[in-house]
Design a protein around this ligand. Structure first.
Ligand code: KIV
Ligand code: ZN
Length: 510
């Protein structure tokens, strides 16, 4: 019989804590709802004690998600576990995920604890978590560089203490597929009470083996795989959810394993994440890359026309591509627009829908077809009510061989402020003018621009990363005019820095 593999998604925790991928509360909720629609088994919503913002996100996600379990990460410290418990109280299926490092190198240099002390903290942490929540996952951080005998001991003891899931992370992406296979097999064979818990793996991608290592772990008997959408995560990222899930679905014959995921929601989840973070996936990325289902070579196209299975091992429809859906346009009414917003996972008030519908009509006049990505960007754009600065208008003169000139009008509450600056191109001139208005020195660390829909009338999305003081902030802006998108992104980043500047949250990551 095929084995059911549980998918534990950590996009909102391990993924979100990687540079450039941070999300605000509303964005996390929208993403969590899409993960629920995808039917992931567990959503790791955050690391509750890391900051008040993380706590709020876990709490809110725990409140709104009903069909997936919701987990919060904690060290083995009581204050972490208590914070996770407080944040998870309203969840239908809460899970406390607690971890401690088990490799000699981490115990000695990071924790400065002896192996005995580490076992003691792990057991105490699991026992404490068990007082509040029955579903407790324990992770042996840096498991793949830990001594096996020590792993068997700590795993046995935490299962005795009540752990229901044992996670074996390849924290630094060091393992090879055979090593991962053997590690899972050895844990199964050498931990006497392992039958009382599920085995999970969590593989990072430093050597590009995150997915391969996870799949080998499944072959060795792992019950749960931890992964992220688009493979985002620390450094080179985590094992990518879409690749693991589609590998299991496409090669059922080989892995003899299935998941409960609705794979037709994959594309939507991937695009939503890209749209929220501004971090694009490479075109040749398996499953969700722009070229993943396009056939360029003549011989391939010929074969495809004769019979799709000549060059297609899974259908685009199976991941939610080409699922024919009515495209909205200028004749679409408020009702159809509202329906689409709801199906995209947003909950907006009537006033918010009215405002977004107005913007939609303006856009539909400029573009023949309005895609889901356009609608997402309208909704995100509308979320500007509590912003310190908003772009009012601009006037740009751009010319070859002479500096560009930008005149920018920015509104701050009821005051309209204007500045004129020259620069090396329209974007540079505009950013300088905004900087002058804001009266702050801003270091631009990164700037990207890409189109989020197809065609000449596509919406452009700009993403900027700025440094203000000792912190970095991302901003994004969307428009059919790429200069406008760029200015908005710059102002968005400045607004985020202003908000945080007033009350900067220290955030702990692991
Ligand atoms: O990579 C890792 O070891 C982790 C653990 C906290 C599970 O993210
Ligand atoms: Zn990790």
């Amino acid at each position: 019989m095929e084995k059911m593999i549980r998918i534990f998604d950590t996009t909102l925790r391990d993924g979100e804590q990687s540079p450039g991928c941070s999300m605000n509360l509303e964005e996390k909720i929208v993403m969590a709802k899409q993960l629920e629609a995808l039917k992931v088994d567990i959503i790791e919503a955050g690391f509750a004690i890391a900051s008040p913002g993380d706590f709020r996100s876990v709490k809110e996600i725990a409140r709104v998600i009903k069909d997936s379990a919701v987990a919060s990460l904690s060290r083995t410290l009581e204050k972490d576990i208590w914070s996770s418990y407080e944040a998870l109280k309203d969840a239908v299926s809460p899970r406390i995920h607690t971890f401690i490092a088990t490799s000699d190198i981490h115990m000695k240099y990071k924790l400065k604890q002896t192996p005995d002390e580490v076992v003691e903290s792990a057991v105490a942490g699991v026992k404490y978590a068990k007082r509040f929540i029955s579903d407790v996952e324990f992770s042996c951080e840096d498991a793949t560089r830990s001594r096996k005998e020590f792993l068997y001991r700590i795993i046995r003891d935490v299962i005795d203490a009540g752990a229901t899931v044992i996670n074996i992370p390849d924290t630094v992406g060091y393992a090879t597929p055979f090593e991962m296979f053997n590690l899972v097999k050895d844990v199964r064979e050498n931990v006497p009470n392992i039958h009382k818990a599920q085995i999970s793996v969590h593989c990072h991608n430093d050597l590009g083996l995150g997915v391969a290592n996870s799949l080998y772990a499944v072959l060795a008997g792992a019950d749960q795989v931890e992964c992220t959408m688009n493979g985002i995560g620390e450094r080179a990222g985590n094992a990518s959810l879409e690749e693991i899930v589609m590998a299991l679905a496409t090669r059922r014959d080989y892995y003899n394993a299935i998941t409960r995921l609705d794979t037709t929601q994959i594309m939507k989840a991937s695009k939503l994440l890209t749209s929220i973070t501004g971090v694009a996936v490479q075109p040749n990325k398996a499953i969700v890359g722009a070229n993943a289902f396009s056939h360029e070579a003549g011989i391939h196209q010929h074969g495809m026309l004769e019979n799709r299975s000549t060059y297609e091992i899974m259908t685009p429809e199976s991941v939610g591509l080409n699922v024919s859906k009515m495209v909205l346009g200028k004749h679409s009414g408020r009702h159809a627009f509202k329906d689409r917003i709801v199906s995209l996972g947003y909950e907006l008030s009537d006033e918010e829908i009215d405002a977004a519908f107005k913007e939609f009509k303006i856009l539909a006049d400029k573009k023949k077809q309005v895609f889901d990505e356009d609608i997402v960007s309208i909704i995100e754009r509308d979320d500007q009510n509590d912003q310190e600065f908003t772009l009012e208008k601009f006037d740009i003169v751009s010319r070859k061989d002479r500096p560009s000139e930008a005149t920018i009008w920015v509104r701050k509450q009821n005051e309209s402020m204007e500045a004129v600056e020259n620069g090396d191109g329209p974007v540079d001139a505009s950013f300088k003018a905004v900087e002058k208005i804001v009266g702050k020195e801003i270091e631009l660390l990164d700037y990207t621009l890409h189109s989020i829909t197809e065609g000449q009338d596509a919406m452009g999305k700009a993403t900027v990363k700025i440094k203000s003081g000792e912190y970095t902030y991302n901003g994004k802006g969307v428009s059919t005019d790429v200069v406008e998108a760029s200015i908005k992104a710059f102002i968005d980043a400045i607004n985020r820095s202003m908000k945080n500047g007033k009350k900067h949250e220290e955030r702990m990551t692991i």
